[in-house]
Write a protein that binds this ligand. Structure first.
Ligand code: SF4
Length: 301
């Protein structure tokens, strides 16, 4: 069992986060170019439910009149435009259409623009730091799907971008693995256990003990895959990432006798850009020398 992704990752994205000027005021931001050389590992599917509703851009701003986008879907709330038009039917039509397109595209992940009454998940407005009435209509539909969700604005932070990238790679890799015997289970777990422990130490110990003490069964294999793919959706923290970075570096130094010049001592002060640079340096070393970097268990070709 190798830890290589053998296909490109398919990613849906709110079009305005992909650089398209599709917002109501004809604005948009390119939040993905920072992936740099990793861009070639993805196939993108940008879409904008509000434009696809027929409203175009520029357009009147819309808001949820009622509790949330979920209530809109269930017929208990409406979407109204600032000019007073009821656009519920248009947004519902376009959100369903976009979901159909994402299913046809077989996307693994979706990068959503938060702060929108349509694509938002934690927020449906960006006004005065309010959350609005989350989730938005399309956001509520995304939450029902088994896909990896990424808030577009988090990609502006280099460390968070790295964290999303390595968990997404591991998620796609884990989903693609066939686990047919005990050896498969062991190898699979060996690859992902360090990252699992970083994300949830307690539950990962429980899972590790189960694998060690159980006979192979298809049910256990399915449970293990579900455990890992669910856990990969959970963001890590800066402290945990830094801590694991140092542990892996010490291990690599000891076993490979290698020094990586970019990596600083744990107590040294450095900014997020430098930490991301250290993570990428150890990632590169591990991949070039075919050493498992437990913080990033799956890699592209
Ligand atoms: S947040 Fe969604 S609906 Fe709004 S402009 Fe961006 S892609 Fe379109």
């Amino acid at each position: 069992m190798d830890n290589i992704l053998h296909r490109k990752i398919r990613v849906g994205i709110s079009a305005c986060a992909y650089g398209s000027k599709t917002r109501y005021n004809r604005k948009g931001w390119d939040l993905v170019s920072e992936f740099g050389r990793d861009m070639s590992n993805f196939i993108w599917c940008p879409l904008c439910p509000e434009v696809m509703s027929g409203m175009g851009t520029p357009r009147s701003q819309i808001r949820i009149q009622g509790e949330s986008g979920r209530d809109v879907i269930e017929g208990r709330a409406k979407i109204v435009a600032r000019n007073g038009d009821d656009v519920t039917e248009d947004i519902m039509f376009a959100s369903n259409l976009c979901m159909d397109i994402l299913r046809r595209s077989e996307v693994d992940a979706f990068i959503y623009m938060d702060g929108s009454p349509t694509c938002g998940i934690e927020r449906t407005t960006l006004k005065n730091n309010r959350a609005g009435k989350p989730p938005g209509v399309f956001g509520a539909m995304l939450l029902e799907e088994d896909i990896f969700l990424i808030p577009a604005l988090s990609l502006a932070s280099p460390v968070r971008r790295w964290d999303y990238k390595r968990r997404l790679y591991a998620y796609v890799w884990a989903k693609s693995q066939e686990l047919s015997n005990k050896n498969d289970l062991y190898q699979f777990w060996h690859n992902v256990k360090f990252l699992c422990q970083e994300l949830d130490e307690k539950e990962s110990r429980v899972m590790g003990n189960r694998i060690a003490n159980s006979e192979f069964s298809p049910e256990l294999a399915a449970e293990l895959k579900a455990f890992v793919t669910t856990l990969m959706k959970k963001p890590s923290t800066l402290e945990k990432i830094k801590n694991r970075l140092w542990k892996h570096y010490v291990y690599i130094k000891k076993t490979q006798g290698a020094e990586i010049s970019e990596i600083m001592e744990p107590q040294d002060n450095r900014n997020m850009h430098h930490i991301a640079m250290e993570l990428e340096a150890i990632e590169k070393f591990a991949f070039t020398n075919d050493v498992l970097f437990g913080s990033m268990p799956a890699r592209s070709r």
